[in-house]
Design a protein around this ligand. Structure first.
Ligand SMILES: [Ca+2]
Ligand SMILES: [Ca+2]
Ligand SMILES: [Ca+2]
Length: 403
């Protein structure tokens, strides 16, 4: 696929918010206006907007550079933002702020996260609960939550005022947040933090054929279609070994707008200087738009794409998957993976042995892998399946004869 490199002409305001807002902004990209209401008590002459712009665009107000979450402005009158695109063309946008006529009674937790979370929190605003899972090795006694509340609301735990991203709490047991609305009414919210279960693998070679259960591989994500069992799709219609594998929908197509993954156990490579991985994969995906790849994570670090596209038919078969780049906010050359391509049509037409030398992971004590799958908003196929994961120590590297 060819990636266009001409400078972008996009100069839109994509998102716009204030901590003090009573509801989402109305963003009109035809008339280039943003209308937004803030709470009764908001300090309108000194408001800090949080916003996102088109990629590579920048914003000024009266020639002052605007930084999301930092720059304050006086919104007593409409404020004109000048947005400059990457190609230096400009567009004026007018932001109009309205002040609510009475104190707000809203007292919700709108967003809630931890740096250590495995996936976004489940926020239930009927029962006023938040459930969130954190990585298996997280210290629950010492966690800092990042949260947003209804405009004008504040939160306390045991009478201690909570500051997002700052206040430390012990989440070993459930924690109750008392949220006070701008109008002084209150609502208790109960936050439950659970630690992800995980197995630590230190015996090698490791081999998992998924015949005695889904074992230590678990699925998470948005619009996930991952299932464990016997594939019976139109194209992906068998496991690699015996009966069972992981596949995006056992019986049919994957979902649109999927950002999903299956995460394995912790691998302790302390005594494995030359780890390598082999897995069986079968793909049938909309070419270059939908697909799968393998990501890894060392210790508490970020998830990264394992390997690049080098076209040797031992690993990824495409250099770029659009939904992968979008879904995981990746650099272009990290959005490689398994997808339909010109040579192989939509897929691999059967089980394919993928190999990769994990040289950079040698002797690392805490390494995880996850198979990630993403799709865009149209055209779904049978998807992606994996089975028979082998991780072993091999000082000779990848056997060139194994293709
Ligand atoms: Ca199997
Ligand atoms: Ca698609
Ligand atoms: Ca399927």
């Amino acid at each position: 696929v060819t990636i266009e490199s001409a400078p972008s002409s996009e100069k839109n305001i994509l998102t716009y918010s204030f901590a003090e807002q009573t509801g989402p902004a109305t963003i009109d990209d035809v008339n280039h206006t943003v209308d937004i209401e803030v709470v009764y008590s908001a300090d309108i002459i000194n408001l800090v907007a949080t916003f996102t712009l088109s990629a590579f665009a920048s914003a000024t107000v009266n020639s002052v550079d605007q930084e999301s979450g930092v720059t304050a402005n006086d919104f007593s009158n409409p404020v004109t933002y000048t947005i400059t695109a990457e190609n230096l063309t400009t567009q004026d946008w007018v932001v109009t702020v309205f002040v609510a006529s009475a104190p707000s009674s809203e007292k919700n937790i709108l967003t809630y996260s931890f740096a250590e979370q495995t996936w976004p929190a489940l926020i239930d605003d009927i029962n006023h609960t938040v459930d969130i899972e954190v990585e298996y090795d997280t210290d629950l006694t010492n966690l800092v939550a990042i949260f947003t509340l209804s405009g004008g609301a504040t939160a306390e735990i045991n009478s201690v005022l909570q500051e997002s991203g700052v206040t430390v709490n012990n989440f070993t047991n459930q924690v109750t947040y008392t949220v006070t609305a701008e109008d002084a009414t209150i609502q208790d919210w109960v936050v439950t933090v659970t630690t992800a279960a995980v197995t630590i693998i230190s015996d090698f070679p490791y081999f998992e054929d998924f015949e005695s259960g889904s074992e230590d591989w678990i699925t998470r994500g948005t619009n996930s279609s991952w299932q464990y069992g016997t594939p019976t799709g139109l194209t992906i219609n068998s496991a690699s070994s015996v009966s069972n594998a992981w596949v995006t929908s056992l019986t049919g197509d994957y979902n649109a707008n999927e950002i999903s993954f299956v995460t394995g156990p912790v691998f302790d490579f302390t005594n494995v200087p030359y780890p390598q991985i082999e897995l069986k994969v079968w793909w049938d995906c909309e070419g270059f738009y939908d697909g799968a790849s393998l990501q890894y994570k060392v210790g508490g670090g970020a998830w990264k794409t394992l390997g690049k596209y080098i076209g040797d038919k031992k690993w990824y078969n495409v250099s770029y998957i659009y939904s992968m780049q979008q879904g995981f906010s990746l650099q272009l050359d990290d959005a490689c993976g398994w997808s339909g391509d010109g040579e192989w049509g939509y897929g691999s037409n059967g089980w394919f042995s993928a190999y990769y030398a994990l040289t950079q992971l040698g002797n690392q004590p805490v390494v995880r892998f996850r198979v990630v799958f993403t799709s865009n908003n149209e055209y779904q196929n049978d998807g992606f399946a994996f089975d028979d994961i082998r991780i072993s120590n091999d000082p000779t590297g990848i056997d060139e004869g194994k293709e």
